[in-house]
Design a protein around this ligand. Structure first.
Ligand code: ADP
Length: 586
């Protein structure tokens, strides 16, 4: 807080601008002027930076012009009241006890003072009612000047004045408290706005573009600045002003932000940078000058400097600015700004994580596709030559065993390569290449036939309930082929000798439902949650005994999503499984 000596007019407060509250206070002041017979009556509220803000003034034009919205430090007034005469709620300081410089502190009429008659009103007299809230905190002051009869109030008049002041103080107290609450609501809404925007935005830049202005308004600031720090913690990008990326800070200021942001974040420290304010201790005199010069060049009177971060990391800084007519920053505002900076930091961290995850996923897709492509030809060559070798009648038994092992390994490798390529071709985000009507009943019938030999070899009965008429889905025939094949071959593979598999296709409502049921080994509840993950294979020895890549159901799921469908699994270990696929009817 600045002391009395530093206080220079005009310093104006702009925070208290709720016109309803002012109107209520105005009415009270007018009442006091009228009934108590004073020419000048004013009401001021204490702000949390320790200044009194003159909210209403009733009186002649020059008094109003000088006093309205002025700011004055509260402490010198309280010190002065220590020597006042106690008139109940009113305190009176005769001019000869006044040390307060009334020219600086309030308004003084030009009327000459009468030093001889102690009952004559002297323009340097002070008559005020200090106001306290329920907790005894000093919240404001009602001041009176220039009694119309030109006399210091008589004892009878004091009693009347005291009664009136008591009533007025209650009304003022209520109004000030309402204003204080409104202030808190205003800042809370600014904070809520950031959180709301951050949740729905693609990037931190977008958050700023969308709500920078709202936040500035919430703080009654002229503008909101945001400067991000790069990965090397340097301040290099543009400065965002009220949401839009605009200028670059001058070199010297950028260097200071780089040097101080991280430390400010670690200490959770907010600073006010303004002329005639004590500068944060971290700034040397020449650095403070650099900052003030820059602020003056952009017509900013005061800047609230707030670090933005998440966890231990500072990711940028935020500035709220006020021009020459702006109020001082209150502690409450500083705390709210830091809260917002935390929300902003968290949202930036989340956006960054999402971006990194997306990059990793894209990299993995690319890598898998490249490797699978490059493996396809050599694997085909290995299998082809192995087949030629196997057909050679002169092969020794030892060589024949080796060739058979090569064939088994090669086939397994070929399956993995095919599955990887199928998985890649069914990337969720790409649109379907050639969607058309596909008779799923017929497709499933053909694929069941194709799987017949494998089922017979395992001693599993494979059955298809053909629908009476075509059941047509809209989609890609090749991808739907993959989907049905994977579900049917899994059912056969994970069902033991003597078991059975049933496949059904039916139209239900506006959906095509494909059901593949087996009475095989089943899937535990825990595994059911993971079977659609890429490369997941159950640890159940009955399942691992069968060859597989862990990619079949991942492909199924992607195909289902690409066709706007859904899939369900129902299973019980030892009893079997049912997979149900729902696709939109064509
Ligand atoms: P895999 O190539 O291993 O069959 P999938 O992605 O098709 O890969 O299936 C993943 C895992 O789900 C399988 O390893 C198996 O443990 C389990 N699973 C899939 N279908 C069935 C089924 N019909 N019955 C029992 N377990 C199944």
């Amino acid at each position: 807080m600045t002391d009395d000596a530093d206080f220079e007019r005009p310093v104006r407060g702009s925070r208290w601008s709720d016109s309803q509250s002012r109107a209520a206070l105005q009415a009270i002041a007018e009442g006091v002027a009228e009934i108590a017979g004073f020419d000048v009556v004013g009401i001021a509220a204490v702000r949390d930076d320790g200044y009194l803000h003159q909210l209403v003034v009733v009186g002649p034009e020059d008094a109003r012009a000088a006093l309205l919205d002025s700011l004055a430090p509260a402490q010198p007034l309280l010190d002065q009241l220590e020597v006042a005469d106690d008139w109940g709620p009113l305190k009176f300081v005769p001019h000869d006890r006044m040390v307060l410089d009334i020219d600086k502190w309030g308004w003084r009429s030009d009327a000459p003072g009468d030093d001889v008659d102690p009952e004559a009103w002297h323009p340097d007299n002070l008559l005020v009612a200090p106001l306290y809230d329920d907790a005894g905190t000093f919240i404001g002051v009602l001041g009176m000047e220039l009694p119309r009869d030109g006399r210091v109030p008589s004892p009878e008049k004091r009693t009347l004045l005291a009664a009136y002041a008591r009533q007025a103080t209650n009304a003022i107290r209520v109004t000030l408290e309402r204003e204080r609450l409104a202030d808190q609501v205003r800042l809370a809404s600014a904070a809520a706005e950031i959180v709301r925007m951050a949740a729905g935005s693609e990037s931190a830049d977008e958050v700023l573009i969308n709500c920078g202005h709202e936040v500035a308004k919430g703080f009654r600031a002229d503008s909101l600045w945001v400067q991000f720090l790069g990965p090397d913690k340097r301040c290099d990008g543009p400065l965002y002003v009220d949401g839009g990326a605009t200028v670059r800070l001058p070199f010297g200021v950028r260097a200071l932000v780089t040097a101080h942001a991280q430390r400010a974040w670690e200490r959770q420290c907010v600073a006010v940078l303004a002329p005639e304010r004590p500068m944060p201790g971290a700034l040397a005199a020449d650095q403070a000058e650099t900052v003030l010069e820059f602020l003056a060049s952009v017509e900013v009177e005061s800047l609230l400097f707030v670090p933005i971060g998440s966890g231990a990391d500072c990711v940028g800084v935020m500035g709220l600015t006020r021009g020459p007519l702006g109020a001082e920053w209150s502690e409450y505002e500083a705390a709210a700004a830091l809260d917002i900076a935390r929300d902003l930091g968290r949202s930036m961290r989340e956006h960054q994580l999402v971006r990194e995850l997306r990059e990793v996923a894209e990299y993995r897709e690319r890598m898998v596709a490249t490797v699978a492509h490059d493996l396809k030809n050599p694997v085909s060559a290995v299998l082809g030559y192995a087949e030629i070798l196997a057909g050679d009648p002169d092969l020794s038994d030892k060589a024949r065993t080796a060739v058979a092992a090569i064939e088994r390994g090669g086939e397994r490798l070929a399956r993995v390569v095919d599955d990887l390529l199928a998985l890649h071709s069914a990337t969720d985000s790409d649109p379907l290449l050639d969607p058309g009507p596909v008779d799923l009943g017929r497709l499933a019938g053909e694929l069941v036939e194709l799987n017949e030999p494998a089922a017979t070899a395992r001693g599993v009965t494979l059955r298809m309930d053909q629908p009476g008429e075509p059941v047509v889905a809209r989609g890609d025939a090749g991808e739907l082929d993959h989907l049905v094949t994977n579900l049917v071959s899994n059912a056969v593979k994970y069902t033991e000798t003597g078991g059975s598999v049933a496949v059904r296709v039916a139209a239900v409502g506006d959906e095509v439902v494909l059901t593949v049921t087996d009475d095989g080994i089943g899937i535990s509840a825990e595994d059911q949650a993971k079977v659609f993950d890429e490369f997941f294979r159950s640890a159940d020895p009955l399942a691992t005994a069968q060859p597989g890549t862990g990619l079949g159901l991942a492909i199924v799921l992607r195909v289902v999503h690409r066709h706007d469908g859904r899939i369900e699994v129902e299973s019980e270990p030892g009893r079997g499984s049912t997979f149900r696929v729902f696709l939109p009817l064509a």
